[in-house]
Design a protein around this ligand. Structure first.
Ligand code: SF4
Ligand code: SF4
Length: 423
């Protein structure tokens, strides 16, 4: 074999006689270059992540970069598992880095990663440790404190959790009085307190009544499902709230739990069973889609509608069709898909604690994720952006204003469109 002038012959190793599995690979057939000296990265900082329970898969990254084009944060910034790994490899301590708080746990990277590097486990695990050391963005800490003190991240009075019903003539029974029901409707925080969430809650209550669903709510007995706080690293708080909610559910005789919020769906299906919960949970779109024929949808709406898949309904829990089936059942709605939809849907930026990190994120991205998504919705020519996650109405309405699209696009929960069509 000819010699390569760039290779130092003293660093080449070959064994004179080698028989491997009956094959003679003596001499140059087993030629190896000497062990490389690893000098350009810091394995200790990778190890620091992989040694945390939940952080193991961080070490499996082989830098293929498939995750980068699908990461919603990278589309408006400089992010994604491959970049984070490389930065940690070259000296960044993830436990103290800005990279720790930008991930929305949207799961799009895990969907495409050939090595199953799992940011949905890595991020909460590392964040939990960082929080214990007091390293947490101030605004996120405030949301944690509100949740701890008031049972909801908005800091609203826990006694007023059912105050959204005041002034409305719609019948919404409390489980405390009713004791048993087919459906326990877990209303959640934003649908109980946020003005736009309340409008969607009243619409859903109206539809449940029209369908003669036997349901009840917990009112002041309900506390935040706490899934986003868990993903943001507050695991202790999550455990306490899960135990409280499960204990409350057990007081009543119910068949299933109905949720407005995909984050609650995720918590109840995947996390609460670890703490003893034994109930089936269904998102309101999955519940109502097969019942749309029972509603008198007499009014033609004449809207071009595009739909945003919530990460925690779609990618995390596999429901893509029910919201679309509901929209298609409304007369006059022309459903147009955005380029990024279904499995590859973009993220509104609210998941994994992002709901309470807008100020922090502003320093690291060129525009909010919600603003990017609103621009995508406007590009379709739609005049309505339909949503079915309570984080999204307020996020997207703000983004419609900040991107100068007021008058072009309105944001509506699917259930609001249903009620509009009944009027
Ligand atoms: S897709 Fe997975 S293995 Fe590839 S760079 Fe991203 S995290 Fe690493
Ligand atoms: S989970 Fe989503 S936001 Fe987080 S790194 Fe993966 S693709 Fe990016």
């Amino acid at each position: 074999m000819g010699s390569n002038p760039n290779v130092d012959p003293d660093r080449i190793m070959e064994k004179e006689h080698v028989i491997q599995d009956g094959m003679d690979i003596s001499g140059h057939w087993n030629r190896m270059f000497e062990q490389r000296v690893i000098w350009d990265y810091t394995p200790e900082l990778i190890d620091k992540v992989t040694e945390v329970e939940g952080g193991e898969s961080f070490g499996w990254c082989y830098q293929c970069a498939q995750c980068i084009p699908v990461c919603p944060v990278d589309i408006v910034g400089d992010y994604g598992p491959r970049r984070i790994y490389r930065r940690v490899q070259t000296g960044e301590d993830l436990f103290e880095s800005k990279d720790l708080w930008q991930c929305t746990t949207c799961m799009n990277c895990l969907r495409v990663c050939p090595k199953e590097v799992d940011m949905i486990k890595i991020m909460p695990a590392v964040r939990q440790e960082a929080i214990l050391k007091g390293n947490v963005p101030e605004e996120l800490q405030k949301a944690f404190e509100n949740t701890f003190d008031y049972g909801n991240p908005l800091g609203e009075s826990p006694k007023k959790r059912a105050a959204w019903l005041k002034g409305s003539d719609v019948n919404v029974p409390l489980m405390k009085e009713k004791k048993k029901a087919d459906i326990l409707w877990f209303v959640e925080c934003y649908p109980s307190y946020h003005p736009r969430g309340i409008e969607a809650s009243l619409a859903l209550a109206k539809v449940l009544n029209i369908l003669n669903v036997d349901f009840g709510i917990l009112g002041a007995e309900e506390k935040c499902c706490c899934d986003s706080q868990r993903l943001a690293g507050e695991v202790g708080l999550f455990e306490e709230f899960a135990e409280h909610n499960i204990k409350t559910f057990k007081r009543y005789k119910v068949k299933d739990v109905l949720v407005t919020d995909p984050h609650a769906l995720n918590a109840f299906r995947k996390e609460y069973p670890k703490y003893g919960a034994k109930f089936e949970t269904i998102h309101y779109t999955t519940f109502l889609a097969p019942k749309m024929g029972e509603l008198n949808l007499a009014k033609k709406l004449d809207h071009r509608v595009t739909f945003h898949d919530p990460c925690y309904l779609g990618r995390h829990n596999g429901e893509y069709d029910a919201p679309r089936d509901m929209l298609k059942a409304i007369p006059g709605i022309d459903l147009i898909e955005m380029g990024r939809c279904r499995e590859n849907s973009y993220c509104c930026g609210g998941g994994g604690g992002g709901m309470w990190l807008d100020g922090f994120m502003a320093d690291h991205v060129s525009e909010r994720l919600s603003e990017r998504r609103v621009e995508e919705a406007v590009e379709t020519g739609a005049d309505v952006l339909a949503v079915c996650c309570p984080y999204e109405v307020s996020r997207f309405e703000d983004a419609v204003k900040s991107t100068g699209n007021e008058g072009k696009l309105v944001v509506k929960d699917i259930i609001e469109l249903v009620v509009e069509s009944m009027e």
